[in-house]
Every structure is written in C-alpha cells, then in structure tokens.
Design a protein around this ligand. Structure first.
Ligand SMILES: C[S@@+](CC[C@H](N)C(=O)[O-])C[C@H]1O[C@@H](n2cnc3c(N)ncnc32)[C@H](O)[C@@H]1O
Length: 279
C-alpha cells in the first residue's frame, strides 16, 4: 500500500463492532478490489439502517473471494441474510471454495448467507425474488461484469428488489479503465427519476475505485445528514455536480487546489478545478 494511504486506511471505522473487527484484522487479507475506505462507509450505512429500522437482505453481484461481501454481511441482524452472486469461475474454478473459506474464517457462517453461482445476465427478477424468499434488499452492491449491458441488467435487478429506503452501491464508477461505464448509470437514472446519487465515495487508488451510492430521493437527506456528521473530515466541500442537483462526495484525502489570483497574487483562491464559479 502506498505510504500516503496508510494513515486514513487505519483511521476510519463503521461503528459496527463486528464489521470493524473484520476491517481491522481481515479485510486486506481477503483478496478483492473494493477499498477499505468504502467498506467502512458502507458498513456504517448498514449499521445506520438497522438503527432506523430499515430491514432487509444484502445482495452482491460480483462477490469474488468475499472481501466486501463479508463486511456487509457482518452488519446484518439475525433475521436478515446475505446473497452473493458470481459466476465463480474467474480466475479459476477454486474461487468458490476460497470464498466459502474466507467467510468462515472471518465469522460469517453458512446459515447467514447464500452463494449463488450464476451469470447475473441469466437471472430474471422472479429468480432473484425467489433467491431472496421475497425479502427486500436494503443494500445491493453491484460489482460484476463491467459492460453497459451487464450493468444495466444488474441495476434493473437491484431496482426490482430494493427496499423503499434501500441503497444501491455501484463499484468502479469513473474508473480510468471503464470510462464509459457511468453511462449505464445515467441511463438508469433517466428511467428512474425518483432515484438519486446520494453519495460518491472517492477511490483509494486505481484498483480500489470510486463507488456511487444511489437511493430514492425521499431518503437522500436521511442518509446524507448522518454521513456528513460521521465522516465530516472526509467531506469534499464542493460536492458533485449532478446537473439537476449537487451530491455528497467523501474522499480519503479531501483538499482543494490552491490557485493564486493574478489580481492579488498574495490572496489564495481555493477552487477544486477552476471550472466552476470563481470566488
Ligand atoms: C471486480 S471482481 C469483484 C470484487 C469484489 N466485489 C470485491 O470488492 O472484492 C468482479 C467479479 O464479478 C464476477 N462477474 C463478472 N461477470 C459476472 C456476471 N455476469 N455475473 C456474475 N458475476 C460476474 C467475476 O467473476 C468477479 O468475481
């Protein structure tokens, strides 16, 4: 891990004891691509949902060896379950066994989750409802195939089973390796105008990329107010321009570019990018 990242990686917690034990001692031992920064924020949101009485299952498409899945599932109440969907054939056929071993090693026991070996493109909404025994999902992480078609398919699945106050979390947004993937999210948001990007969790590095958190517009404030209070020191104060609204950005190292004005060279005018309205 780069030296610059160590301080904040060690210094963020979800507030949920089991998740935080795993983040401290297990998370980085489980191979995977999601950042610990994002896992702490998402773990906190799952903990917060429990406090608010928002109940339902956790679903992940693209479970891989379980790094992010375990963090989410450890936050569930006794009557909730986690569902992990993956083709489980990449990079080799042993990945399912490694996933199951990782779950057990980190305290996620078989009665708490289901591993479903499937291509998400072949899962219908009815199939997914059956897998969830008709329960709603309160937190749905999408991190499977990164084509426009697959992400559109996975967003439709998530939308169909989402709790009315639930959150869809999408990985690898604005990733340099998938620059057009975000268009699937924009298409989805056009078709589902009641949904909003509630928060953007910035990346740690090129592997642990940014995540979008999406939820119904009427619960945006419920989540944002809490995130702003809990994670104030990670707040990028300029926020994100979503054209019709501005949304919350949390970043491991918040900072603004320091720009010297030619009119008053001693005055420092802070802008992030110089593109927005100048002060
Ligand atoms: C980037 S990895 C997921 C990393 C994991 N979520 C984490 O945070 O560590 C992507 C996973 O998606 C799975 N995958 C790719 N296409 C899929 C599909 N169409 N349906 C289900 N899983 C898929 C791959 O097998 C792989 O395990």
């Amino acid at each position: 891990m780069p030296k610059c990242c160590e301080a904040f990686v060690l210094d963020i917690a979800s507030g949920h004891p089991a998740i935080d034990r795993y983040l401290a001692d297990g998370y980085e031992q489980v191979p995977g691509m999601s950042s610990r920064f994002a896992a702490a924020i998402c773990g906190h949101l799952i903990h917060r949902q429990s406090a608010l009485g928002i109940s339902g299952d956790v679903v992940e498409i693209g479970t891989f060896e379980g790094r992010f899945f375990i963090a989410m599932a450890l936050g569930l109440a006794a009557d909730e379950k986690a569902l992990g969907i993956d083709v489980f054939d990449w990079p080799d056929a042993g990945v399912l066994d490694r996933f199951l071993t990782n779950c057990e090693t980190h305290g996620l026991f078989p009665d708490r989750f289901t591993a479903s070996k499937a291509n998400s493109r072949s899962i219908s909404v009815e199939d997914l409802r059956r897998k969830l025994a008709n329960r709603k999902s309160r937190f749905f992480h999408i991190d499977g195939n990164h084509s426009h078609e697959s992400l559109s398919n996975d967003l439709a699945l998530a939308h169909a089973v989402l709790h009315p106050q639930g959150i869809v979390c999408i990985d690898d947004m604005l990733h340099p390796g998938y620059p057009t993937l975000v268009t699937a999210v924009l298409d989805y948001l056009n078709q589902a105008p009641q949904m909003r990007v509630m928060c953007i969790i910035d990346r740690e590095d090129i592997v642990a990329a940014a995540k979008f958190l999406i939820c119904p517009a009427d619960v945006v404030e419920l989540y944002q107010t809490d995130l702003l209070t809990t994670f104030a020191r990670f707040h990028f104060v300029l926020g994100a321009d979503m054209v019709d609204y501005s949304t919350l950005v949390l970043t491991p190292t918040p900072r603004l570019a320091e720009i010297r004005s030619s009119k008053s060279p001693d005055a420092r005018v802070e802008r992030a990018d110089g593109i927005g309205d100048a002060e």
